[in-house]
Write a protein that binds this ligand. Structure first.
Ligand SMILES: [Zn+2]
Length: 228
């Protein structure tokens, strides 16, 4: 899951919905949880549900961007922030592993506490749900797993091309354009793990990626002040 940096509040909001354009300008047009690209249908997502904490309803630091699936699954489930990892507080890229076929699971090498917090975040938005047996049963309209599968395949094809062309700049540029168009930052970062130029480009081009979560070669680092 892409770690993000929303920055200081651009202004105050009378209604939370008024923040959508500022959020998209800061975090780009991707769901903060599942990473899919949605140019027109993202919603302001409240980390702590607005129904449970009206005080945080219009609070910038409580906002992320959510798609219909992540938003509706998360709903008004009670959230004690310290029980979870969060893309705006932690380096959530270190917390999860994306693999071929559209699967998401906990990363290896997490501490016991991190495992519990990472699993809590996965469960909160049911991100790991997949049609394969044993992976929960996604709702009929929940195609996040399928999109991950498709984008994984597209990214793999791009990798083959890059290897064939020997890593030339034009190919890197084309890959960055494709990645922005498809979304799913973490899948591209995973597939191009051996290509620092691609990783650096992804971190820069996906607006709002927390650059302090990565070293100059695009390798993930623990986030300062975060749980991971
Ligand atoms: Zn989503």
């Amino acid at each position: 899951m892409r770690p993000v940096e929303r920055g200081p509040a651009p202004r105050t909001y009378a209604k939370y919905g008024d923040a959508i354009e500022d959020l998209e300008a800061r975090l780009d047009i991707y769901c903060s949880y599942c990473e899919r690209r949605l140019p027109t249908s993202l919603a302001v997502e409240h980390v702590v549900p607005k129904d449970l904490s009206p005080r945080l309803e219009t609070e910038w630091t409580n906002f992320l961007l959510g798609c219909t699936n992540c938003n509706s699954v998360k709903g008004a489930k009670p959230v004690d922030v310290s029980d979870f990892l969060w893309p705006d507080r932690d380096n959530t890229f270190l917390a999860f592993t994306y693999v071929k076929g559209g699967f998401v699971s906990l990363a290896d090498n997490l501490s016991e506490t991190q495992k519990v917090q990472a699993q809590a975040l996965l469960d909160l938005v049911e991100l790991q749900r997949h049609k394969a047996p044993g992976w929960g049963n996604p709702a009929p309209r929940d195609k996040r797993w399928q999109q991950r599968d498709e984008v994984w395949a597209a990214a793999e094809r791009s990798l083959e091309l890059l290897e064939k062309l020997g890593g030339v700049d034009e190919a890197v540029e084309q890959i960055l354009i494709a990645a922005k168009g498809y979304g799913f930052f973490s899948i591209w970062m995973t597939i191009f793990n051996d290509y620092p130029d691609v990783k650096k480009g992804l971190i820069q081009r996906f607006i709002g990626t927390a650059s302090t979560c990565f070293d100059p070669d695009g390798n993930p680092l623990n986030r300062l002040g975060g749980n991971i």
